[in-house]
Write a protein that binds this ligand. Structure first.
Ligand SMILES: Cc1cc2nc3c(=O)[nH]c(=O)nc-3n(C[C@H](O)[C@H](O)[C@H](O)COP(=O)(O)OP(=O)(O)OC[C@H]3O[C@@H](n4cnc5c(N)ncnc54)[C@H](O)[C@@H]3O)c2cc1C
Length: 493
């Protein structure tokens, strides 16, 4: 396998590929495999020479698991990105280097189907699906991992030999636990996924047009925006309460609103606006669902607001959703995201905390984002996949971003203290309890390993995996007994 070292013209470009510019690394070399046997060879060589190896697919990791100074060999999956229907397995085969956008495009144009997955088209399928993967369609069709039929993994056995293995959802597959671990266990834990096969549970996949959910013909988007200056604490509280109450009422798998997904952007006041954005796939009744949603959240505030509703063809939307969220330059940003699942709406105390941090005089960019969750996601049992959170109504995140190094200290301090105060009643983190449901591994946060920020005494892995953690550890023990694949939040032996 060719080694791309720093005197190769491709090196600098490969070393720049990452979303979060907060982290940097400089591996001794990159490998760009084109086949599973290339991956096996690259892993074997790194193991033989005792070099620290890490895999990258899309580069959209929010923490520095890939861009880390200790990484010596970086296997970049960009060249393995084919997407096809595999008649032998009666499932769609997607190589790990494909992006979410390429997967949307190929599945739609080829067969009119969709893999419900994340909100940004440049995310890599490789590191995305095995973290669960929620998105605009999750309330209607579940997580991407809920449609995972099989994986091919390059792993390293106890003798240090690299090898490839296929694991499927089939009940009689001796490797079924390995498949299970890839339905939410998170990236960089067991080995390198080279390809995924997708087919919805309950279908035999023989007809590709019904092997995955049918893509929506159109998607209706909505955008609402308020001037922050029109809000006092009482109105702000009402907005957050209304959003939470709506989510609590409408997050069961049977909800008539499962074809509606909504985001509330509680931006810091120095950003000028509070916003909602969302989508409905309900076709002719989409506008009615959106209007009812807004009537229960925005209506009672009695404030004027701008409301923009548009119908777009599915693929056009999927390849460029809400372009204003990703303006040129967004990929130069250094960011910190701190995520939490909610099983119940925010309490009054939490809303008071949010108001305090969103209106203080800190020179920060960012806010508190709230995304509706549940629907079909909540139709699956917590142990059926490794994505354990199956009774949550919202996924929320305190987030901040900065461009210049001078912004870092104030931004990090603001977002960390905000999150810690938000969950002050449970040690500064959303421990699994009546109200909170832990955290999402696709939005990793290394602060959870730091007793300064996680005072709950509950290890980060329990926040991510709850009761599924011991089972994930057994899979780790079996398939990566030498802990070749690891990072700051990885599953421990
Ligand atoms: C702008 C933005 C929007 C996002 N939106 C969503 C969203 O809507 N829904 C959601 O669920 N998540 C979302 N995410 C999070 C995203 O799903 C995760 O960061 C995911 O891990 C990215 O995968 P990647 O391949 O692009 O990342 P990478 O940086 O390549 O990898 C991330 C992690 O996975 C590991 N990994 C990568 N490839 C493989 C592989 N082939 N085999 C095994 N491990 C691998 C890496 O080693 C690393 O630990 C978003 C992130 C960003 C930055």
């Amino acid at each position: 396998m060719e080694k791309i070292t720093s005197n190769d013209i491709r090196f600098a470009d490969l070393n720049e590929k990452r979303f979060n510019k907060r982290f940097t690394g400089k591996p001794e070399y990159f490998c760009l495999p084109e086949s599973t046997s290339d991956v096996v060879a690259a892993v074997q060589e790194a193991v033989n020479t005792q070099k620290r190896i890490v895999v990258r697919s899309g580069g959209y990791c929010l923490e520095g698991f890939v861009s880390d100074p200790s990484v010596q060999v970086l296997i970049d999956m960009s060249l393995m990105k084919s997407i096809s229907y595999d008649a032998k397995r009666s499932a769609f085969e997607v190589e790990a280097g494909a992006t979410v956008g390429e997967t949307y495009r190929r599945l739609f144009l080829g067969w009119g189907v969709v893999l419900p997955s994340g909100q940004h088209p440049n995310i890599g399928i490789g590191g995305h699906v095995l973290g669960g993967a929620f998105g605009f369609l999750c309330r209607e069709y579940g997580l991407a991992a809920d449609h995972l039929h099989a994986i091919e993994l390059v792993a390293v056995d106890s003798s240090g030999k690299a090898h490839s293995v296929i694991a499927t959802r089939e009940e009689n597959d001796p490797n079924r636990e390995l498949w299970w671990a890839h339905t939410g266990g998170g990236g960089g834990n067991f080995g390198i996924v080279t390809r995924y096969w997708f087919r919805s549970a309950g279908t035999d996949g023989a007809n590709p047009a019904t092997a995955l959910p049918k893509a929506p013909k159109t998607i209706t988007t909505f955008r609402v925006s308020w001037d922050w200056n029109n809000f006092d604490e009482k109105l702000f509280s009402q907005l957050v309460q209304n959003f939470g109450a709506w989510a609590q009422k409408n997050s069961s798998p049977e909800s008539p609103y499962k074809q509606l997904f909504s985001l509330l952007f509680l931006n810091h006041r120095n950003m000028g606006k509070l916003e909602m954005k969302g989508v409905s796939t309900a076709g002719p009744t989409a506008i009615q669902l959106i209007d009812e949603h807004l009537a229960s959240i925005a209506g009672p505030l009695g404030l004027s607001y701008t409301r923009q509703v548009e119908e777009t063809a599915w693929l056009q939307f999927a390849l460029n959703p809400f372009p204003e969220l990703f303006q040129p330059g967004y990929d130069k940003v250094k960011a910190k995201i701190k995520d939490a699942f909610l099983r119940r709406p925010f309490t009054d105390d939490q809303i008071t905390t949010a108001y305090k941090y969103l209106t203080n005089n800190e020179p920060v960019g960012g806010g508190l984002g709230m995304a509706t969750y549940g629907g079909r996601v909540n139709a699956i049992m917590p142990e059926a996949t490794a994505s354990v959170q199956r009774d949550c109504i919202l996924d929320i995140a305190c987030n901040t971003g900065w461009g210049e190094p001078e912004g870092e200290a104030a931004s990090l301090s603001w977002v960390r203290n905000f999150y810690q105060d938000l969950f002050a009643a449970s040690g500064g983190v959303p421990v699994p309890n009546e109200q909170t449901g832990g955290c999402m591994i696709n939005h990793p946060d290394t602060d959870l390993t730091d007793p300064q920020w996680n005072r709950s005494g509950i290890p980060c892995q329990i926040l991510y995996y709850r009761d599924n953690y011991p089972r994930l550890q057994q899979v780790k023990q079996k398939w990566d007994p030498n802990n070749v694949f690891h990072h700051a939040l990885s599953i421990s032996l």
